[in-house]
Design a protein around this ligand. Structure first.
Ligand SMILES: [Zn+2]
Length: 306
């Protein structure tokens, strides 16, 4: 056997060994950890005088709120209620407008109209009837007012009081405030309530998608990812796109369904093939076609632990 043949034979043995090593040697599973690469949501509405409302930061989705006064109301009650809407409209950034149906605030005047939606609280003669709790806001979708008495004051204090309950405001301990449980004509709105209203409605009505609980592992060349995605905003989010980057190179893109306010979904992706042998930085990102309240909570960066 010549040296050439011997060397050639050795080389093929080494090559075969390398191929064997490459394909059959079990790679250690690399765990990705959340080592400071992620960004936490910075968006916060604050908690200024949060005790004024039944739940923190209660608001309707939009600044423009629709209402309907039912036929059973006398002309006087109807007029007082309309005056209450325009009074609050003059003091805050809210707008109230009448609709024929599909209203957000329903005003009724018959005593037999019982508000007994057990799932939601009822405060006296007015209150929200459908709320969805998100992280930043408790979003009010509908509310009801039942007028039993007329105000017979210069200002329609009873109607304003009930309307404020619908907007999420609790009773006040101050006898001179309009939210005191017992109504008097001399009671006034004060400045705290309009300030609180203007504060919670200063945020645009947008969705807010938050990516969280992201974990990933890579075994050989296959990547597994788990994540949960929530809408903590004020508006339903249209379809989103989940994008996975390995060292800034797009590995995988996946369309996601619409997510309603207060809802979320869990994504579990297994065996995503990656072309690179080693990935140091994994970025998981959610993109939405519309703007959001906050974009800081849309991506998580994971770094390898070794
Ligand atoms: Zn009350």
């Amino acid at each position: 056997m010549s040296w050439k043949n011997f060397l050639g034979g050795m080389l093929s043995v080494i090559l075969i060994a390398l191929i064997f090593f490459y394909w059959f040697m079990p790679f250690n599973e690399i765990q990705f950890g959340n080592f400071g690469g992620s960004s936490s949501p910075e968006f916060s509405v604050g908690n200024l005088t949060s005790s004024m409302q039944f739940y923190p930061n209660m608001r309707f989705p939009e600044k423009k709120i629709s209402y309907k006064i039912e036929d059973g109301c006398s002309l006087k009650k109807k007029k007082e209620m309309e005056d209450a809407f325009s009074f609050l409209q003059g003091k805050t950034n809210l707008t109230f407008y009448p609709v024929v149906n599909g209203e957000e605030i329903t005003v009724s005047c018959e005593e037999e109209t019982k508000i007994n939606d057990n799932r939601m609280f009822i405060a006296g003669e007015g209150g929200p009837t459908k709320i969805l709790s998100g992280e930043n806001f408790n979003v009010i979708y509908t509310g009801k007012i039942l007028l039993l008495r007329e105000s017979n004051c210069e200002r329609p204090n009873i109607e304003i009081h009930e309307l404020l309950h619908v907007l999420g405001f609790k009773h006040s301990k101050n006898k001179n405030n309009i939210m005191y449980p017992v109504s008097k004509c001399s009671q006034t709105l004060g400045t705290e309530i309009p300030e609180k209203i203007n504060e919670v409605y200063s945020f645009e009505s947008l969705a807010d998608i938050r990516l969280e609980n992201v974990s990933a592992s890579i075994s050989r060349r296959y990547l597994n990812i788990n994540a949960s995605i929530q809408n903590i905003g004020l508006k339903d989010s249209p379809s989103e796109t989940l994008k996975i980057y390995g060292d800034d190179e797009l590995i995988k893109e996946m369309p996601l369904k619409e997510i309603k306010v207060g809802y979320g979904l869990t994504v579990s992706l297994t065996n995503i093939w990656v072309s690179k042998i080693k990935i140091n930085k994994l970025k998981i990102k959610i993109e939405t076609p519309e703007s959001e309240l906050s974009l800081n909570n849309n991506q998580v960066v994971l770094l390898t632990s070794s």
